[in-house]
Structures are given as structure tokens and as C-alpha cells.
Design a protein around this ligand. Structure first.
Ligand code: ADP
Ligand code: MG
Length: 541
């Protein structure tokens, strides 16, 4: 009877496995820890983080996705939360902290239901229902905007920048953001790649400017070339203006000086022919992705042609969009029709570097925002804030719908979700209620980060939302009072909220359904036992 049962190993040696409640709690703890790290940065009064990488490089930011990317998180579940931020970043460009904080709180509330012995699949199902209902509610709640109204777009940009390094110059910067988006927008919406940033330190932020074209970190290749070309006709070349060097194993035997001369003559003629082609097309500016050799430089300069070389492929593509030029990869085919136009091409000294400006393009489909600021850290953080703002404006124009920020939307959403929960029965109802409660973490955190009492503020907000016309009641984080956030111009695109709620809910459901974590021995990185950057999760929300 007392037979010894041999343990059966189905996994390779060294694998780690956690199952059931352990796996679940571990995963939830990891996800909460991620949310906790970015939580203090939320909102206009949020704090910044200083991140130092292994090379000693420093980044100071309060941008959720930047923080999480720089942290190089290794825990597998924590990584899933980071993905939420990345999705938010790529889909909207703003609201990354919001999405992560929502995910953390949804999991925290789920944990409480688990404690009450509610099965994870029931919670996941309830969350799914609540998430779908949220999309409906948010769409109903949103205001339609007049797409021609620059003012509302500016307000959106300012909301995105409030509390970031850019805030001090929000008027100038929001203006640049709106103009840039308007310029590059076409029937398909806004391709964010077509708004480029160039950053230069050593000047005031307010001197940042929008270039109707492209700025490149490139100087002209020859001193005798003009520094300034008006009415520029621009050739974009994806071909080298040089003689291809002989293959390494080619031997050229030259026995007599005349032969050498002839050889050099021939090379010279080839180059000369190339430049003749360029001239014949009518181009007075040449922008080349490859090299331009000395001789070619000399002939170009003699012909008064402005030329730059070794330009990035992405710059060339954007130049094509900005100037209307076609990129040509065979010099022999270059014709006047391939040329683009810019009112002015010039070389300017910015800081202590020479740069080429291609400006005054007609109807440019790619533009550059030249950001200025005292130090690299400043311009970097401004760039992040500007990207948030631009993403928000683009999202706003795409859907034509906006909501108010400052916690107003989340409180209203929670309220309407509770009403929806009342129409349900069974344990899913509890999950929907937990979901509703989780939405309130946003106003609570905004209040907390502003040094206000979150309990009082949220209670007051809720009572305002019960009054007629109270749906945009939000927190004035500067005065500690309740305000009508819409009236005050704290405006955000609907998409920030729909995307954040949807992806936070999705990842939560995914994590809740995991009851087994198996990590192979090779993945020391994916240690399921969950070593997190900081384990104090008790203070979570
Ligand atoms: P995220 O990465 O989620 O965009 P932010 O740090 O940008 O995080 O903070 C966004 C939150 O700050 C939103 O809930 C937004 O409504 C709120 N917010 C922005 N401007 C204001 C303001 N002037 N007053 C109150 N809340 C604001
Ligand atoms: Mg933001």
C-alpha cells in the first residue's frame, strides 16, 4: 500500500512554475507596482522622474511611456502593462499614464473580488461588459467639435502640455502644434511622421518655430556654393555623385602617363556629365542621399548649385512631401518634372552647428518644428509634450469628438456605469461596480498629486455630477476647487479615454485569466517569482 510515488517531471530542469492563486497574486502585484511608479506623475501637478541609464545618461520626464521604457522592466506581467502604455502612445500619443494607472486599479479592485471568492472568469466577464458599456457611455458623453475651430484645438494642446516643461510657453507652442497639424493633414488624416522635430539648445523656448519645410543637420558641401538660394528648384537624389570605386580585385594597368591622363580624363568627364544633367534639369539645389565627391562638389559650386550629401532616407522622403519633388535614383533620368520647390533654401548657423533650411514650401505635406530651449533636457521634454499635444489634436480632428479632463469624464463614466450595474444581476454586477470604482482613480490621483484631500474632492465631484449640467465638473488642481472643466478649456480628445479604458480593461482580463506561469530556466529575465524594481506595493492607491 505504501508505494513510493515517483515525482514526474514534465518540464526541463531549472524551470520555474507558479500556479493558481500564487500565480495570480504575483501577476497582480507586479502590474500594480508598475502603475504605482508612474502614478505620482499624473496631471498638471504630477512630479517628474529622473532616470539614469547604465551609461549615466539622464532623462527627466513625467511622460508615462518614456518612464516605463527607460526602466527596462523585466517581469513578464509588468511588461504587459508597459505594452498598454506603448499602445496608447502609438494609437493616441497621449494618456499613457492614465492607461497604466487604470490598469493597475482595475487589477487591484479585481484582487478584492478574488478575496471574496469570486471566480476570475466572472470578474473578467464583468470587466468586459463594463468596458464595452464604457465605450458607449463615452461616445454619448462626448461633445462634437467644430473642426475649423482653432481655439478648441489650442485648448487641447494646452491641456496636454499643462504641468510639463512646455507649460511656460504654452501659447507659442500650442499655436505651432495646431498649425503643424493643419498643414500636414490630408483626407487620410494626419501622418504623425510628417511633423518632424529638430532640437537646438542655446535659445529661449519661445523662439521655437515652425518651418514650412524641412530643417536638416547638414551643411552645404562646398564653401564656394551659395549660402542662400531663392526660388529653389530642388533635385532629390538617391544616387551618388561620384565615380564608383573599382571593385577591389580589379587591376588597372597603366604603362604610360598618357594612359593615366586618359583614364583621369574619362572619370572627370563622367562627373562633368552628371553635373551637366543636374544643370540641364534646371535644379539649383541638390539634396543627395549618397556621397558627392570632390570633383562633383567643385563643378556644382561652379554652377552655383547648393548641395548637401548623405541625407537620411527619412529626410529625403519628407523633403519629397514638403517640396513636391520626386526622388530620382538614376541621374540620367533626372528631368525638370522631378524637381521640387521651396521659396528659400539656406544655410544657417544654429547654436554652433550649420544647418540647412528648406523653407517657404508651397502647401508642404511635411513640416519641421524647430524647438529651442536652454539645455538638452529641456528641449527633450518639450518635444515629448509637443508630441502629446500633436497626437491629441490629430485624434480630435479624426473623430471630431472631445471630452473634458480634470477628472470630469472619469467621474461621469463611473456614475453611468453604476447605473448600468444596477440593471444587472449576479456576480458580474459586482465586477461592473468594481470597474466603475476604478475609474475614479484618475480624479483621486489628480487631487492627491496636487496635495488636495482626495476623499473630500471625489465626494464633492460626485455630488456635482448628480446635479443637472454637472457632467463636466472637474478638479481645479491649482485652487483646489471644483470647476466646469469644459468651460475652463481643459479639453481632451475622446480617443484618449476610449483607448485608455479599452486597453486597460483588456490587459486586466488577460492577466486575470492566467493561473499558471511557467518560465523556462533560460529566461532568468522572466522570473515569475516576480522581482520588481520596488516591492512596496502596499501603498497602492
Ligand atoms: P497622461 O500620460 O495620462 O496624459 P498627464 O500627466 O498628461 O498624464 O495627465 C493627464 C491628466 O491631467 C488628465 O486626466 C487631464 O484631464 C488632467 N489635466 C490636464 N490639464 C489639467 C488642468 N488644467 N486641470 C486639471 N486637470 C488637468
Ligand atoms: Mg498627457
Amino acid at each position: 500500500m505504501n508505494q513510493q510515488i515517483q515525482p514526474i517531471f514534465i518540464l526541463p530542469e531549472g524551470s520555474q512554475r507558479t500556479t493558481g492563486k500564487d500565480a495570480q497574486r504575483n501577476n497582480i502585484a507586479a502590474a500594480k507596482a508598475v502603475a504605482e511608479t508612474v502614478r505620482t506623475t499624473l496631471g498638471p501637478k504630477g512630479m517628474d522622474k529622473m532616470l539614469v541609464d547604465s551609461m549615466g545618461d539622464v532623462v527627466v520626464t513625467n511622460d508615462g511611456v518614456t518612464i516605463l521604457e527607460e526602466m527596462q522592466i523585466e517581469h513578464p506581467t509588468a511588461k504587459m502593462i508597459v505594452e498598454v502604455a506603448k499602445t496608447q502612445e502609438s494609437e493616441v500619443g497621449d494618456g499613457t499614464t492614465t492607461a497604466v494607472v487604470l490598469a493597475g486599479t482595475l487589477l487591484k479592485n479585481a484582487e478584492e473580488l478574488l478575496d471574496d471568492n469570486i471566480h476570475p472568469t466572472i470578474i473578467a466577464k464583468g470587466y468586459r461588459m463594463a468596458s464595452e458599456k464604457s465605450q458607449e457611455i463615452l461616445n454619448e458623453l462626448a461633445e462634437k467639435i467644430d473642426e475649423k475651430d482653432d481655439e478648441i484645438l489650442k485648448r487641447t494642446a494646452i491641456t496636454a502640455m499643462t504641468g510639463k516643461g512646455a507649460e511656460g510657453n504654452k501659447d507659442v507652442l500650442s499655436d505651432l502644434a495646431v498649425k503643424a497639424v493643419r498643414l500636414v493633414k490630408d483626407e487620410d488624416g494626419v501622418d504623425l511622421e510628417t511633423i518632424r522635430f529638430e532640437k537646438k539648445t542655446g535659445d529661449k523656448i519661445e523662439n521655437s518655430e515652425l518651418i514650412m519645410g524641412i530643417v536638416m543637420d547638414k551643411e552645404r558641401v562646398h564653401n564656394a556654393m551659395p549660402k542662400k538660394v531663392k526660388d529653389a528648384k530642388i533635385a532629390l537624389l538617391d544616387a551618388a555623385l561620384e565615380i564608383k570605386g573599382p571593385e577591389s580585385d580589379t587591376k588597372i594597368e597603366i604603362n604610360d602617363p598618357r594612359q593615366l591622363e586618359a583614364f583621369i580624363d574619362r572619370e572627370e568627364r563622367t562627373i562633368k556629365d552628371m553635373i551637366e544633367r543636374v544643370k540641364a534639369s534646371g535644379a539649383n539645389v541638390v539634396i543627395c542621399q549618397k556621397g558627392i565627391d570632390d570633383l562633383a562638389q567643385h563643378y556644382l559650386a561652379k554652377s552655383n548649385i547648393y548641395a548637401v550629401r548623405r541625407v537620411k532616407k527619412s529626410d529625403l522622403d519628407n523633403l519629397a512631401r514638403a517640396t513636391g519633388a520626386k526622388v530620382v535614383n538614376n541621374i540620367k533620368e533626372l528631368s525638370s518634372e522631378d524637381l521640387g520647390y521651396a521659396g528659400l533654401v539656406e544655410e544657417l548657423k544654429v547654436g554652433d552647428e550649420l544647418m540647412t533650411y528648406v523653407r517657404e514650401c508651397k502647401n508642404p505635406k511635411a513640416v519641421t518644428i524647430l524647438l529651442r530651449g536652454g539645455t538638452q533636457h529641456v528641449v527633450d521634454e518639450i518635444e515629448r509634450a509637443m508630441k502629446d499635444a500633436i497626437g491629441d489634436i490629430a485624434a480630435m480632428l479624426k473623430s471630431g469628438k472631445a471630452v473634458a479632463g480634470a477628472g470630469a469624464t472619469e467621474i461621469e463614466l463611473a456614475k453611468r456605469l453604476r447605473k448600468y450595474a444596477n440593471s444587472l444581476s449576479g456576480k458580474e454586477q459586482l465586477a461592473v461596480l468594481a470597474f466603475a470604482e476604478a475609474m475614479e482613480v484618475i480624479p483621486r490621483t489628480l487631487a492627491e498629486n496636487a496635495g488636495l484631500d482626495p476623499v473630500d474632492i471625489v465626494a464633492e465631484l460626485k455630488s456635482r455630477h448628480d446635479q443637472p449640467e454637472g457632467r463636466w465638473a472637474g478638479i481645479n488642481v491649482f485652487t483646489g476647487k471644483i470647476m466646469d472643466a469644459w468651460e475652463e478649456g481643459v479639453i481632451e480628445p475622446l480617443k484618449i479615454k476610449t483607448q485608455a479604458v479599452a486597453s486597460a480593461s483588456e490587459v486586466t482580463e488577460l492577466i486575470l485569466r492566467i493561473d499558471d506561469v511557467i518560465a523556462s530556466s533560460g529566461s532568468s529575465k522572466g522570473n515569475p517569482a516576480g522581482r520588481m524594481p520596488h516591492p512596496e506595493m502596499d501603498g497602492m492607491m
